[in-house]
Design a binder for this molecule. Sequence first.
Ligand code: GLC
Ligand code: GLC
Length: 813
Amino acid sequence: MKFGFFDDVRKEYVITTPKTPLPWINYLGSQDFFGLISNTGGGYCFYKDAKLLRLTRYRYNNCPMDLGGRYYYIKDGDTVWNPGWMPVKTELDSYECRHGLGYSVFTSSKNGLQAVLTAFVPVSDTCEIHRLKLTNQSDAPKNIDLFSFIEFCLWNAQDDMSNFQRNFSTGEVEVIGSTIYHKTEYRERRNHYAVYSVNKPIEGFDTIRDSFLGFYNSFDDPDVVREGKSKNSVAHGWQPIGSHHLKAELAPGKSEEFIFVLGYCENPRDQKFEAPNVINKKPANELLAKYQTSEQAQAALDELHAYWDKLLSTYNVNTADEKLNRLVNVWNQYQCMVTFNMSRSASFYESGLGRGMGFRDSCQDLLGFVHLIPERARERIIDIANTQFEDGSTYHQYQPLTKKGNADIGGGFNDDPLWLVACTYAYICETGDFSILDEPCAFDSDFSKAVPLMDHLRRSFNYTATHLGPHGLPLIGRADWNDCLNLNCFSEEPGESFQTFGPSEGPVAESVFIAGMFVKYGKQYAELCQAQGLEDETADVLGKVDQMIKVVEDAGWDGEWFVRAYDAFSNPIGSKVCEEGQIYIEPQGMCVMAGIGVEDGKAAKALKSVEEKLDSKFGIVLLQPAYTKYHVEIGEITSYPPGYKENAGIFCHNNPWIVCAETELGHGDRAFDVFRKTCPVYLEEISEVHRTEPYVYCQMVAGKDAPTFGEGKNSWLTGTAAWTFTAISQYILGIQPTLKGLGINPCIPSGWNGYTLDRVYRGVTYHITIDNAAGAQKGVACLTVDGVAVPGCVIPAEMVAGKQEVAVVVTMG
Ligand code: GLC
Ligand code: GLC
């Protein structure tokens, strides 16, 4: 069943019923100010940090699930309704929610009145704009009462939901004209406040939640709305809110538009007040002056559209499959940008209170957006590197505001260091900017110890090279990519963190997955050494890589597939000798991507085993057989019921590794088949099963062992976005940035005749035509650039130097 449709021309997903299986959300904001907005208007906004500077309150995991948002109550005679249906839930005569790139539009009607609510964050201001247009479509005049409503968060979202003995006494507001200023804690250490304003004179206002709602009411039946009159309440403590009362007298066919601004304002510390305890309103006045008219609001919206059009012009494909086109050209890249902005902080599954920026998460996310925003990617790499330790190990997470490592979780996740090589290499392949390797980067944020980024990469590589276990495989530490494979943890007490309990150093558990990474990213590091003229180091690195390949072929090979790991007693994990968890997906994907076993058939065997043992109609499950009981020596992965999360769920992040691996062997049909299974745009028709948004990937789909097989969870903030984009854009469609120039080497279904693609790369637009009349799955028979034949698959950067655009024709065969 579908709950909407794609509008490809406008790059929107159009939701046609408010009753989606889960809140289907969108993100507003592109620089410092962000909002989450669901298809019923739920969600919240924040400035820079979802935990520390949250403007509006949201109740996670509530009943109903999605409660709290930007609510506009329309009172038309005795009927009260909302443009987004919630919270009053009056049956609407029509409803539509269009989630677009950085904005959402709700269009609904009731009893001959139409409401169009457009919500967005301007490209360069710290506010949400809510444009609400009411149109009388009936043939009788209407007198409408309109009430706005948002609930302020007392800034620190954690404290806001727990420290009631204090914060029931701190709330403060000012109200001047049509503007409500939320200034809790401004009297002391904060120099910022929130504004909520509308561009028309108001009839009244409220800022006390209980006055507006009535103490025993919920959001669906506020006293003030029922009575049709504000109480002009001024908050002192308790729960400050913002509500305006407006009137619209609408003759038949007439419209009126209101522009609401919900924004963040900051003052220099010495200019906080204009009078004792009266806030300095200068930044608010400046902000509000920009959004007084419909023309101003429209100009800001146009600027937002232009911003996205420009970003998405970098990679644009035209295949015969319109679903694939919309995924690649719009939604997958959009999701990659959202992971850039949010990391894993704020979604409807991530509460915005917990994890900051994951080290490995941020490095991998970069693979998905580096082509869109290379300058910001560069800054991100340097921020990440600044948190590394001198021995090459890393913090597992860092805070976006302070950019410092999180001491509470610490380090010891032994895959982390190598991801720094992966993202730096990807950045240089995209941009050709080797100068980043000379950038001085700190250790543990201590800039007195800064050394060039190249030396950080060296330490990443050497850390892994020098932390090997009994088989010569890399030590796993607290965990590798799979945070839930905690082989040195041995936790027996509920509540102990699997991630931080137990020793991180000393134990001997080893990871074949990290060995695969060491080979893949070791080769990339060697290329960087070579490009810098470091001949001896190149040879040394490649020697160590070769040695690791031998170790994997020996201790890491189980006969039909790659072993996953060795536990603290040196027993294998992910081997046929295991009772449960005999085969895991991750080492198959990573080792084959690294090229291990490609020549002697091990790689093909491993992928065949994946197909036979792990595949399902909704994607490849993480392992089989699922763990049915808790194994203290294996950790959190065995804590989940079979089929969920890392215990044999379909973890979408690692499915693209198999896609990439299949293309290494030239299996275009199989690669695309695997790609399709987890791809949301192909699941739109079964949204009642999949449940999460059909326009973005989720982290996990319940596996075949689960009672809810096929059900997605945890959409939006997942490394899946970057890896699926890498898999489709580079490995299937075959557009591969390399150190030397743009590589083109597709691996596609044999049934595809070909496709065209525009790619902006290092300032040159490549108009690419792929011709597959031969019905091949892989292989470049001929490549020409502006009619000139190029040997191999890489177009040397020098060849196109100085040109703005070139025409490339690739004949497969
Ligand atoms: C989550 C984490 C990621 C980890 C994965 C597997 O997606 O953000 O860092 O690799 O789970 O455990
Ligand atoms: C939990 C999640 C896992 C995630 C980890 C991050 O263990 O199950 O997916 O990677 O938390 O800390």
